[in-house]
Design a binder for this molecule. Structure first.
Ligand code: GLY
Length: 574
C-alpha cells in the first residue's frame, strides 16, 4: 500500500507540538498566553473520584483539615486498604502520577513490590514444566515485598502538607470503629472463600463465623488499625522494621514463604521521572517502567498522531486503534521490566520516528495477524486493583493506581498484622513464554530476580490541555492500559468525566489475537466491517473501574465521575 502524505505532515506537526513549552501550572505556555485572560489559575475547590464512597469521603475529610491532594491521596489509599481490601492495600503496592501546581512539577511514585532475595523460579514451575498457578497466585510465595506503606510515607514527607498521623487518621478510625462491607467486598470474600480457608489468620479476618460478613453487619479490623498506627508514629520503620516486620516474617515462614527481615528493611519506594508526551496539543503525563502502561500509551498515541481519527467511520477508527494497541503490546512483551535491572530501548520505543515506522505497517482495511509469539489465553480481569483521582483547590493533582494483584491478593493474611499480602509475583514472567493470569507474555526483561520489581500495567495518568485537564486511571489487569488510552482519547475529544467513565470499551493485547469487546460497543455494521477486515471479536464481561476528575479552566468547573459499571464508587466535588 502506498502511504499517503498526510501521516508525514502530521508526524512533522507532532514534532512541532512536542517542542511546546509548559507553564508552571502545567498548561502549554503558548495556549495559556492566548487564553490567559479567561483561564482560572486554580480551581478554588476540590474533587475526588475513587472506587468506594467511604474512601472518597476520607480524602475530602483530610482536604477539609487543610491537606492538599497528596495528603488526600494518602487518606484515600489507606482507607481503601480497609474498605476495599480485595483490590489494594497495606500488603500491596501502587503507582502514582502527581502534579504539583506551584511549579508544574510532575512526579512518578513507584511503590511497586519487589521480589524477596530468596526468590527461586523453581517454586513457580510444576514438575512437567507448566506454570504452578497456585504458588504464583496464592499464599506467601506469591507475595512481593509490599510497597504501599513506603510509598505513602514518601508522599507525606516530600509532598504532603499534613502529618502522616493526620492523613492516616480516617483509615485508622474506620478500621477500629468498623464499617459495613459493600456487596463487592462480600462477593470477593465469598468468591475466594476456598483459598481464604487455607490460612487461619485469613479465616479469622474475613470469615469470622465461618462465612463472609453478612449484609449490613459492622466489620472491624483492629490489627490493620494498629499496623497503620505504627506507620503513622514511626514512618517506614513502623512497617519495615520492628513489631509488624517481625510478625510478617514469622507468619510468612510458618506458611512456607521465604521473606527475610532484610527484604523488608531494604525496601525503598522510588521517585522516578514520568513519561511525558504531547498528543493533539495535550500534555500527557503517565507511568514509566516498571509500569508497561505509560510506554504502551505513549507508543499508541504516537502512532495515532499520524491519523485523523475524527474523519474515520467507527470500524476504521477501531481498526486503527487496535493495530496501534497490537504493536505496543508486542513491545511490552519483548522489552520491558524493572529499570533498575534491565536496559530498555525507551528512546526508541517513545520516539516519533519509531511510531512512524509502526504506522506504515498498518494496512488501511486489514488486520495484521499477531503470529510472532505463541498464543496466550487472557483471563477476565476481576475485582482487583483500584484507581483514584484527585484535584485540590490549588490545582495539585494525584492519579493513583494501587493493587494487591488478583482478587484478595494471595488470600494470605499474616497473623497478628491485619496485612493481606499481595500475589504480585505472578506479574513476573515466571515461566518464559507462558502467560500470566492476564494472558500477558514476558521475556527475560521481566524475569524474577532478588529485589527486582515485577512489570505492571498500572497507568495512572494526568492529561493537561490549554483549558481542560483530566486525572485518569483504572484497574483491569492488562486492559488497564487500553482503558486509560481510550479514556484519554475520549477526554481529548471533549467528553465529560461522566461520559468517559461510562464509555463502552475494547482491547487488544497482541496475544491472544482477538479484539475483546464490551457488550454494546459496536453496532452490527461495525462488527461486520471489523470481521471482514480479519478481526476476531470476543465479548468480555469485566471492564475495570475507572475514576476520573476533570477541570475546565475556562468555566472553572470540576467534575468527578466513578465508573457506573460498579455502583459503590463515588466521584465528589467539594
Ligand atoms: N497487578 C496488576 C498490575 O500491576 O498490572
Amino acid at each position: 500500500m502506498s502511504f499517503p502524505l498526510n501521516w508525514r505532515v502530521l508526524s512533522l506537526s507532532l514534532l512541532l507540538v512536542g517542542s511546546t513549552a509548559f507553564a508552571a501550572d502545567g498548561a502549554p505556555k503558548t495556549a495559556a498566553a492566548v487564553h490567559s485572560a479567561t483561564l482560572q489559575p486554580r480551581p478554588g475547590h476540590a474533587a475526588i473520584a475513587s472506587a468506594n464512597f467511604i474512601a472518597t469521603n476520607a480524602g475530602l475529610e483530610v482536604l477539609a483539615k487543610g491537606g492538599n491532594a497528596f495528603d488526600a491521596a494518602i487518606a484515600v489509599a489507606s482507607t481503601l486498604s480497609v474498605v476495599e481490601p480485595e483490590s489494594s492495600g497495606i500488603g500491596g503496592g501502587f503507582m502514582a502520577v502527581l502534579h504539583r501546581a506551584k511549579d508544574g512539577h510532575d512526579i512518578f511514585i513507584d511503590a511497586r513490590e519487589t521480589a524477596p532475595a530468596a526468590v527461586d523460579r523453581k517454586d513457580y514451575v510444576n514438575p512437567d514444566g507448566s506454570p504452578n498457578r497456585d504458588t504464583a497466585l496464592k499464599g506467601p510465595l506469591s507475595a512481593g515485598i509490599p510497597g504501599e506503606p513506603a510509598g505513602l510515607v514518601l508522599i507525606a514527607k516530600r509532598y504532603g502538607r499534613l502529618s502522616l498521623q493526620q492523613s492516616l487518621a480516617p483509615a485508622i478510625r474506620i478500621a477500629r470503629d468498623g464499617f459495613k462491607p459493600d456487596a463487592r467486598l462480600r462477593g470477593a470474600i465469598a468468591g475466594e472463600q476456598k483459598d481464604l480457608q487455607r490460612w487461619p489468620a485469613s479465616v479469622a479476618k474475613y470469615l469470622p463465623d465461618g462465612k463472609p460478613p453478612a449484609e449490613g453487619a459492622i466489620w472491624r479490623d483492629p490489627d490493620q488499625a494498629r499496623a497503620w498506627e505504627l506507620i503513622a508514629a514511626h514512618g517506614d520503620d513502623g512497617f519495615y522494621r520492628g513489631e509488624t516486620a517481625q510478625k510478617l516474617i514469622a507468619a510468612v515462614h510458618a506458611a512456607g514463604g521465604n521473606w527475610t527481615l532484610a527484604d523488608l528493611a531494604n525496601y525503598r519506594a522510588k521517585e522516578r521521572t514520568p513519561i511525558v508526551l504531547n498528543y493533539r496539543g495535550y500534555r500527557v503525563v503517565t507511568a514509566p517502567p516498571p509500569s508497561s502502561g505509560g510506554v504502551a500509551i505513549a507508543e499508541i498515541l504516537n502512532i495515532l498522531s499520524g491519523f485523523d481519527l475524527s474523519k474515520m467511520d467507527q470500524a476504521h477508527r477501531v481498526h486503527t486503534i487496535v493495530e496501534a494497541m497490537r504493536r505496543a503490546f508486542r513491545d511490552h512483551n519483548d522489552y520491558l521490566g524493572d529499570p533498575d535491572f534491565v536496559k530498555m530501548p525507551l528512546d526508541m520505543l517513545l520516539s516519533p520516528y519509531y511510531a512512524d515506522g509502526l504506522r506504515q505497517s498498518i494496512l488501511p482495511d486489514k488486520a495484521t495477524p499477531s503470529s510472532m509469539l505463541p498464543r496466550a489465553e487472557a483471563n477476565e480481569p476481576g475485582m482487583h486493583t483500584t484507581h483514584f483521582s484527585i484535584i485540590d483547590a490549588d490545582g495539585n493533582m494525584a492519579a493513583v493506581t494501587s493493587t494487591v494483584n488478583y482478587t484478595m491478593g494471595s488470600t494470605f493474611v499474616a497473623e497478628g498484622t491485619g496485612v493481606l499480602l499481595n500475589d504480585e509475583m505472578d506479574d513476573f514472567a515466571l515461566v518464559p513464554n507462558k502467560p500470566n493470569v492476564y494472558g500477558l507474555l514476558g521475556s527475560t526483561a521481566n524475569a524474577p530476580e532478588p529485589g527486582k520489581r515485577m512489570l505492571s500495567s498500572m497507568s495512572p495518568s494526568i492529561v493537561i490541555g490549554a483549558d481542560r485537564t483530566a486525572v485518569i486511571g483504572s484497574p483491569g489487569g492488562s486492559t488497564i492500559i487500553t482503558q486509560v488510552l481510550e479514556g484519554i482519547l475520549h477526554f481529548i475529544d471533549g467528553e465529560s468525566a461522566q461520559q468517559i467513565t461510562a464509555h463502552k470499551r475494547f482491547h487488544h493485547q497482541y496475544m491472544p489475537d482477538e479484539v475483546m469487546v464490551e457488550d454494546g460497543t459496536f453496532d452490527a455494521a461495525t462488527s461486520d466491517a471489523l470481521t471482514r477486515m480479519g478481526y476476531t471479536l470476543k465479548q468480555r464481561e469485566s471492564w475495570g473501574f475507572m475514576n476520573v476528575v476533570t477541570w475546565d479552566r475556562k468555566t472553572n468547573k470540576l467534575d468527578a465521575a466513578s465508573d457506573p459499571r460498579r455502583p459503590s464508587g463515588l466521584g465528589k466535588v467539594q
